[in-house]
Design a protein around this ligand. Structure first.
Ligand code: CP3
Length: 339
């Protein structure tokens, strides 16, 4: 938790940075695939004992410094009635996308914390199992979640999302407000159940211009971080965010998560060293040999410069074809090089 605390300063002797890996519980693990042969992904999310089990297993297998609770950013949309399903080799699909003001107005008022209580239950079990290892809670950031709601699934260019944002600003604003309210409710519940910190996944926010971020996104993120700040530290993660880093920082998170498309030291200068940074190894590096992994991990560590508020992570989720041994080796080498 040291990396999360603002009082950490460059003068303190730091040692290796804390490390965890985005998507550390998942298909690259044989044990996860075995569970998935018996239950669907959504069932796994809905069963607290199983979700806690895969969460805890990843921590023990990789020997990382934090758990992230096993769940998904899209569960919230399922509870709003959009009817989430996962198609084989196709990813998430929503049969009832949001495409108009009428669709936004028709979204049901649901007690989100109550509906997603099963995630809280999984956090409680994982916290109990893990003792002093922190459990990170998470949610999708409203824009990234809205993009799935509007597109009806994954997207490459976010054309429907952006057209909706430009042509129906009142409806888009309404959707963002609803998602922000629901997300605040959901995160507060996760923190109450024992999450030590929360990460907001704004995976696709980098598709927006700085002007669009300021106009359509920033006010909601400010409200979100202001609501969470008294309760927990927060991490704001996005990809291809080089043009947005100062703006993301200004919305109020404690830590910014960055991908590999930018040098960590350059990113940290833009964010400001009074904030923490998380990242930023390219997940593809973990498909390589040990010498390559070591070289690239060393470069990330060098760019972090031994400052205490760096959390080592990948720049995006671990890939399904990653050998488990390579992920374990990364953790080992980061501890060795960072010592
Ligand atoms: O270990 C962890 O990191 C915690 C679990 C976690 C999952 N999804 C499990 C999952 C987290 C933090 C997420 C976040 C998430 N979900 C994001 C943001 C992070 C990112 O990758 O950008 C997004 C965009 C989603 C939406 C989502 N969920 C998609 C697009 C897909 C299908 C694509 C894919 O990778 O298969 C999922 C499914 C999903 N979420 C899986 C897992 C382990 C794979 C499901 C399976 O077992 O088949």
């Amino acid at each position: 938790m040291r990396a999360l605390r603002p009082e950490s300063t460059a003068e303190q002797k730091s040692g290796p940075p804390p490390i965890w890996l985005m998507r550390q519980a998942g298909r690259y693990q044989k044990e996860y695939r075995e569970i998935r042969e018996k239950v669907s992904f959504l069932e796994l999310c809905h069963r607290p004992e199983l979700a806690a089990e895969v969460t805890v297993f990843a921590v023990r297998q990789l020997e990382v410094d934090a758990a992230i609770i096993f769940a998904d950013i899209l569960l919230i949309l399922d509870e709003l009635g959009l009817e989430l399903r996962f198609e084989e080799n196709h990813g998430p699909v929503f049969d009832k996308p949001v495409r108009s003001l009428a669709d936004v107005d028709a979204l049901p008022q649901v007690p989100m914390a109550e509906r997603l209580a099963y995630v809280g239950k999984a956090i409680e079990i994982a916290v109990k199992e893990l003792g002093s290892t922190p459990v990170i809670g998470f949610a999708g950031a409203p824009f990234t979640v809205a993009s799935y709601a509007i597109e009806g699934g994954s997207s490459r260019n976010f054309t429907k999302t952006k057209r909706f944002m430009y042509e129906e600003p009142v409806a888009f604003e309404g959707l963002m407000t609803r998602l922000t309210d629901a997300t605040i409710d959901y995160l507060k519940m996760q923190i109450a159940c024992g999450a030590s910190c929360v990460q907001l996944f704004d995976s696709w926010v980098g598709c927006l211009s700085p002007f669009d971020f300021d106009t359509f996104i920033a006010p909601h993120m400010k409200r979100l971080f202001a609501s969470v700040a008294p309760l927990s530290p927060s991490i704001y993660f996005g990809t291809t965010t080089a043009g947005l880093l100062e703006r993301m920082t200004a919305t109020g998170p404690d830590i910014i998560g960055v991908d590999w498309r930018m040098d960590l030291d350059t990113a940290w200068s833009l964010i400001g060293h009074d904030r923490g940074i998380q990242g930023n190894l390219d997940p593809v590096v973990l498909l390589s040999d040990r010498a390559t992994i070591k070289t690239h991990a060393a470069r990330v560590l060098e760019q972090a410069g031994g400052r205490p508020r760096h959390i080592f992570n990948l720049g995006h989720g671990i890939l399904p074809q990653t050998p488990v041994d390579n992920a374990r080796y990364l953790v080992e080498i980061v501890r060795e090089l960072g010592a």
